[in-house]
Design a protein around this ligand. Sequence first.
Ligand SMILES: *Cc1c(COP(=O)(O)O)cnc(C)c1O
Length: 342
Amino acid sequence: MNSALQAINELNRVRLAHLPTPLHALPRLTRKLDGPGLWIKRDDLTGLAGGGNKTRKLEFLIAEALDRGCDSVVTAGGAQSNHCRQTAAACAQVGLECHLVLGGEPPALPLGNLLLDDLLGSRIHWVEKSRRNNRLDELGGELRRQGREPYVIPIGGSNSLGCLGYARAMFELKEQASQLGITIDRIVFATSSGGTQAGIVLGARLSGFRGRITAISIDQPPDNSAEHTFLAGVAQIATEGAERIGRNVQFAAGDCETEYGYLGAGYGVVGELERHAIRELARTEGILTGPVYTGRALGALLNMIARGAIGPQQTVVFWHTGDDVALHAYSAEMSTNSHSQS
Ligand SMILES: *Cc1c(COP(=O)(O)O)cnc(C)c1O
């Protein structure tokens, strides 16, 4: 076994995900588009109360919470956060109390992920979106003063420990590709808090993956030195992730290819790009993608193919990061009659 993979596997991990997730072809979509050869990595099927990419990170994060003797977990996200829903499920599975700091106002009717957060027994703390990180720290302090032992997980579980879930996933992908006899030219997926991207970039380096890795920014604008340093942060998470397993591998923003052209009207605002992509995959392959992340990333991929940025001879893996649960909270945006023709 690769020694880096061995080092990752030696870290504490709670088994939360059903792994490996399937890697399979999308033959009807490939034919309809006349190439490239499209494949899908089904992290929507990680299985944690609806699945998704946060499950791989949580395997390491929840293990550390238990290892430290924590009795509760605190994390934050949007009202339709897939990360929060998977954290709530992970906590229920191992018997930790789960506190979720959600940005916005409680809706009259909880739908999608928010409904599941409640069913899974989490305690929800609403706060203005810009105050989520402050509230996360405050809440950790409040719980400590009450004699509790909270484990605080950053938004998206995106830190050097969480990212190792995706470093590990790259070895899984490589193994599957070799069994299937395919050479992957490119991986496309959604990025937002950056931990998935950091892990994939790190895992690619450690496993010797030679394809191109393209993250589609869902909400992050390009870095502009002083105020906004998203990609620098992604690179730092990857570098620190390597350190955790005793590898001195440095990453820079330039190692993290990111497309910024698909930000649409902002985070969680569903437009024609997402509507079209979601319908296209659903109607050609019977697979659901979500309104916020995977619909946008898939829309970006379809657009890159349509404008010739990805050639027909390529083999491309779309990494499904799992957010179809949120569709139910977006029925007004998804199912209007005027949009029912694709
Ligand atoms: C969180 C999330 C992402 C982005 O992952 P990050 O690690 O936060 O960049 C992509 N897709 C889905 C469905 C998510 O929930």
